[in-house]
Write a protein that binds this ligand. Sequence first.
Ligand SMILES: O=c1ccn([C@H]2C[C@H](O)[C@@H](COP(=O)(O)OP(=O)(O)OP(=O)(O)O)O2)c(=O)[nH]1
Ligand SMILES: [Mg+2]
Length: 159
Amino acid sequence: MKSAAENSSAPVIGIVRLPHAGDLALPAYETGGSAGMDLRAAVPEDRPLLILPGKRALVPTGLIFEIPEGFEGQVRPRSGLAYKHGITCLNTPGTIDSDYRGEVKVLLINHGDEDFYVERGMRIAQIVIASVTRAEVEERSLAGSTERGNGGFGSTGTA
Ligand SMILES: O=c1ccn([C@H]2C[C@H](O)[C@@H](COP(=O)(O)OP(=O)(O)OP(=O)(O)O)O2)c(=O)[nH]1
Ligand SMILES: [Mg+2]
C-alpha cells in the first residue's frame, strides 16, 4: 500500500506546534492502512488531567491544523480507550473546519466507573481527514413524493 507521502493526490495538512506541544510526536498513521492519525494529549508532564467518572474534559493537543479547503478533520474516539476505560469523545465525530486556526482540542468523557488520568503524550483520539461537499440550499413549497414518504425511526421493522 502506498504511504500518504507516495500518494501524490493526498491533501497536505499543515501542522503548527504551540509551545505546550513541545517535542510531542506529530499525529501519524500507526499502520499502512489506518484511516485516522492518532492525536496526543499536550497536558503538562507533571500534571496529568484527571477525568472523574461521568465528567468531561477538553484535552489540548498543542497543535493547529491547516486543512486544505474541500476537506475536514473528524475527531473520533479510540476503541481501546472506550473498551478498557469507558473513555470516548463526547461530540463524536468532532468537526475540524478547514478555516479553523485555533488549537485542536478533544472533548473526552469518562463513561467508566473509575478515575481516568490523561498523561502527556497519551494517544487520546484519532483524526480522519475527509472530503467535504458544500451544498446549496433551495427553499421549496412541497417535498416530492417517495416510497418511504414520512416513515422513519423504525418504520421498516427489525427482521
Ligand atoms: O472536537 C472538536 C470539535 C471542534 N473543534 C474546533 C474546530 C472547529 O472548526 C471549531 C468549531 O467546531 P463546531 O462547529 O463543532 O462547534 P460550534 O459549537 O458550532 O462552534 P462554532 O460556533 O465556533 O462553529 O472548534 C475542536 O478543536 N475539537
Ligand atoms: Mg460550528
